[in-house]
Design a binder for this molecule. Sequence first.
Ligand code: GLA
Length: 400
Amino acid sequence: MKMFTTRCLLLAAHLFSLLAFVQPSTALDNGLTLTPPMGWNSWNKFGCNVSEDLIKSMADGMVSSGMKDAGYQYVVIDDCWQVSRDPDGNIVPDAQHFPSGMKALGDYIHSKGLKFGIYSDAGEKTCAGRPGSMGHEYQDALMYAKWGVDYLKYDWCHTGKRNAEEAYATMRDALKASGRPVVFSMCEWGTAKPWLWAAGTGNLWRTTGDISDHWEGKKKWPDGGCCSLGMLDILDLQVGLEAFSGPGHWNDPDMLEVGNGGMTTSEYRAHFSLWCLLDAPLIAGNDLRSMAPEIKDILTNKEVIAINQDELGRQASRVWKEGTLEIWAKHMKDGSRSVLLLNRGASEAEITAPWTALGYPDHLSASVRDLWAHKDLGKFTAKFSAKVPSHDVVVFTIKP
Ligand code: GLA
């Protein structure tokens, strides 16, 4: 009997150690993106027209425009850099458009003090029909590590009945096994509610379908399918997700359209400010070689970027809404509040932010600074009001 019990115990211990070995790790713990990642991605402006010359010139532009100085660092090639797999199953880059190879491109990006990002998909094919990573996760992660990749955006097209949680965990584990720290950007469009399960899987996860370069309203895709979303449609879908975001694991309301031509300057200022308060990854999507001064001013406003990069990592909430007027507020690490007044309407309106909506008592005297005017406005008690032009924002900090 005693012998039997000992054997059982040994067997149980053996099974336990076996399980511990085959169990995938359950945490991301790559120590990256303690504040939201900042960078540039090719998709919004260039789609499939990517090449090493283009990517190199964007890295150059990121430095010469002052974007690097403002905190942007990841240069990410989206879909269409890959064409096939070789007989050993290795992913093959498009040699016509990337003749020097991906390692050389990564080296170039690194030589500028920037980081190198790439794109793949959890399905058989990417959204543009290029080879996906399904069944090749570990092999691809090793190849990326060889090329010096620092950031992977991982899409969800052609995944059939795959389980998202399992599929993304597989690539997370593959990246980990490659030995290279890689930011893992999950692009699953919010379909399986990744905010509920992905904090240990990805550094960021898309919360919605694709953004398109307009203020508001759904638009059909060119192939008639439904739909890309306007900036404000995406904004509305962020309400209620605040609690799921934080250092190392961010809600991603999709990349920036600032500077791509479909919105006015004030609408782009609103888009950028809102993304900053939402703790969204700040991934620019415009042509960095030829930015109009007002677009550069928006993308490099260090005071507004500082809201996004606050170490507390607490995403803003919509604290008030009446018709087309809204107040968004974000708690900052130093106890101050970043506040955004949004006017979605067609004419100028005055909006008043009462301290009580920000979690402050009425009697508190606090300094107010306008972060687009770059001006201290003095001390206020109980509330602060500002006139907000149509389709625009006023962004300020309130510091007791
Ligand atoms: C999907 C993603 C986009 C982009 C394209 C590339 O639509 O959501 O962000 O990566 O695929 O094909």
